[in-house]
Design a protein around this ligand. Structure first.
Ligand SMILES: Nc1nc2c(c(=O)[nH]1)N[C@H]1C(S)=C(S)[C@@H](COP(=O)(O)O)O[C@H]1N2
Ligand SMILES: [Mo]
Length: 210
């Protein structure tokens, strides 16, 4: 995907009409204004960063009792979970039954103690991408720090070595190449949110733009 000016991209998307008929089928699994694809599109703003597993780190900071930094060896020693889930991109494609393996965010949370005032989390990525989430929703039982897809190591263009997967929200909330989780008291906009994407991003109520 070409690196269009983000302002232009958001303007274009605001005007875009659904390409196909609204799909109420698939047992109601396709949210309004979305169409189903069996491909796996790559949606990245900017180039795929090159990440060396020897220097890879996941940094947890902000409003936590103790800031921590995990190496790849430490991170991949944590117990894993596999989830099968549908994903929905705000550019209107949905993909059903994607299979991801990694560490459940709620399991990961047992290793960190957010301060009582922490209510939001900024996801940070290699390359500088950010997106904001509320902490409560990250505790859901389907939010994964994912590093395998369909039984294989996650491709770098899809966020490898590791990305967040937040199935309940539009897929821009699932930061690829995740390297930081910043705990915050106030909700702050991330990269696309600053250009007009919704602060929350529920596909079922079409929270596309703020
Ligand atoms: N770091 C980073 N994460 C990102 C993005 C990005 O540009 N950079 N794009 C987001 C968007 S808009 C979508 S739809 C999904 C796409 O994931 P995919 O390329 O694996 O389909 O990643 C999200 N996470
Ligand atoms: Mo997206």
């Amino acid at each position: 995907m070409s690196i269009l000016d983000p302002i232009k991209r958001v303007q274009r998307l605001r005007q875009a009409q659904p390409k196909r008929q609204r799909d109420g089928g698939e047992q109601g699994r396709i949210p309004p204004g979305q169409y189903r694809t069996d491909k796996f599109p790559v949606l990245s703003y900017g180039a795929t960063p090159r990440i060396d597993l020897n220097t890879w780190r996941l940094r947890v900071f902000g409003l936590v009792e103790k800031a921590i930094e995990l190496s790849w060896t430490e991170f991949t020693a944590l117990p894993t979970t596999t989830i099968k889930t549908d994903i929905h991109c705000v550019t209107r494609w949905s993909k059903l039954d994607t299979a991801w393996q990694g560490v459940l965010f709620r399991d990961f949370l047992q290793h960190i103690q957010p301060k009582p005032e922490a209510r939001f989390v900024m996801e940070h990525s290699y390359g500088g991408y950010t997106t904001n989430m509320c902490l409560d929703e990250l505790r859901d039982d389907d939010v994964l720090l994912a590093y395998r897809y369909n039984g294989e190591p996650l491709d770098s263009e899809h966020g490898g070595p590791m990305r967040l997967v937040v199935p309940k929200l539009y897929f821009w909330k699932s930061a690829k190449w995740l390297n930081g989780l910043e705990f915050l008291a106030e909700n702050q906009p991330g990269f696309w949110e600053r250009y007009g994407y919704h602060m929350h991003g529920d596909p079922w109520t079409e929270e596309r733009f703020g």
